[in-house]
Design a protein around this ligand. Structure first.
Ligand code: NAD
Ligand code: UDP
Length: 321
């Protein structure tokens, strides 16, 4: 536990969201102070409600496309809608959040001379021709499709981070996050894990897009956040990018069948059209993370992680009636 003398004040943008709220829990648990900046677009105060009387926590309602003046020792930049439904709702704002938002947060880090972490994404690889994806792969991304506001926004953010690093000597850490799931996902965000669980709990049809043969590799949130903290503490001069995720790959049909079984649901499976530019396969090569993060490995398998997530959505349903 850090003390008054050793603790840091840390800014987490997007901290009211799924990943951000788990990150904040870990930072506070180890004794740090946290300032969360979030415009509450997809995040919710419910994710932070348990912290409201914690004297080391502060929530600012703030849109990072506007400048922010705070004094902190480290920044985690997570603000950005992450699910296709949310990021396609206002695609111009999505690009602005990645590009203007990054410029603002990088400017802040430059003034403060502090380390800054960027939540980038496996989407920078697009529909990949290399499998599994290594950090050296440049990707196969459509620049003008419905996913481009997110994919290209995040790619431009990476460019900005690396240019601030080269041009201004800024201490950056760029993580490419692969599909992550767990408690506090938004129940209506349309992402596959939350969709399938909510549908299964209601005994409604499970919607598989396309054949269900497309693959994803799902990481449980606790494993991911552990990697964030370790990456942030790697030596200066190691900027990444670094893949973070779980390399065990499943088809979407396998995921649907596992969710139905674990929920004990009467749901049937229905097929829907595959969205435009939906990647066919996704699996991280995590050799770099294994080597640099002190033997870090995902430890929670899909069935265990789904069990915890199902429990969360069950409780949410009870609360909301
Ligand atoms: P989320 O939607 O739950 O959280 C994003 C948060 O950012 C929300 O609280 C939202 O209100 C906030 N936000 C959005 N635009 C903002 C703005 N302009 N100013 C301030 N706050 C803003 O999503 P998440 O899954 O927690 O994702 C967090 C980050 O991790 C995102 O940057 C996302 O791109 C990245 N990521 C997530 C995954 C995943 O599987 N969850 C995978 C790859 C990358
Ligand atoms: N998907 C699906 N049914 C759903 C939601 C998603 O079959 O109800 C598919 C989607 O087409 C994609 C995969 O699940 O192939 C993962 O989708 P998600 O939006 O969770 O993540 P991303 O495509 O960004 O990896």
């Amino acid at each position: 536990m850090r003390t008054y003398a050793t603790r840091k004040r840390i800014l987490v943008t997007g901290g009211a969201g799924f990943l951000g709220s788990h990150l904040i829990d870990r930072l506070l648990a180890r004794g740090d102070e946290v300032v969360c900046a979030d415009n509450l677009f997809t995040g919710t105060k419910r994710n932070l409600y348990h912290l409201h009387s914690n004297p080391r926590f502060e929530l600012l309602r703030h849109d990072i496309t506007f400048p922010l003046f705070v004094e902190v020792d480290e920044i985690y930049n997570l603000a950005c809608p992450a699910s296709p439904i949310h990021y396609q709702h206002d695609p111009v704002q999505t690009t602005k959040t990645s590009v203007h938002g990054s410029i603002n947060m990088l400017g802040l880090a430059k003034r403060l001379k502090c380390r800054i972490f960027q939540a980038s994404t496996s989407e920078v690889y697009g529909d990949p021709h290399e499998h599994p994806q290594r950090e050296s792969y440049w990707g196969n991304v459509n620049p003008i499709g419905p996913r481009s506001c997110y994919d290209e926004g995040k790619r431009c953010a990476e460019t900005l981070f690396f240019d601030y690093h080269r041009q201004h000597g800024l201490d950056i850490k760029v993580a490419r996050i692969f599909n992550t799931y767990g408690p506090r996902m938004h129940p209506n965000d349309g992402r596959v894990v939350s969709n399938f669980i909510v549908q299964a709990l209601k005994n409604e049809p499970i919607t598989i897009y396309g054949e269900g043969t497309q693959t994803r590799s799902f990481c449980f949130v606790d494993d991911l956040i552990e990697a964030f903290l370790r990456f942030m503490d790697t030596e200066a001069g190691f900027p990444g990018p670094m893949n973070l995720g779980n390399p065990v790959e499943f088809t979407i049909r396998e995921l649907a069948e596992t969710v139905i079984e674990l929920v004990g649901s009467k749901s049937t499976i229905v097929r829907m059209p595959l969205p435009t530019d939906d990647p066919m396969q996704r699996k991280p090569d995590i050799s770099l993370a294994r080597a640099k993060l002190g033997g870090w490995e995902p430890t929670i398998d899909l069935r265990t992680g789904l069990g915890k997530t199902i429990e969360y959505f069950r409780a949410l349903q009870r609360e909301d009636g």
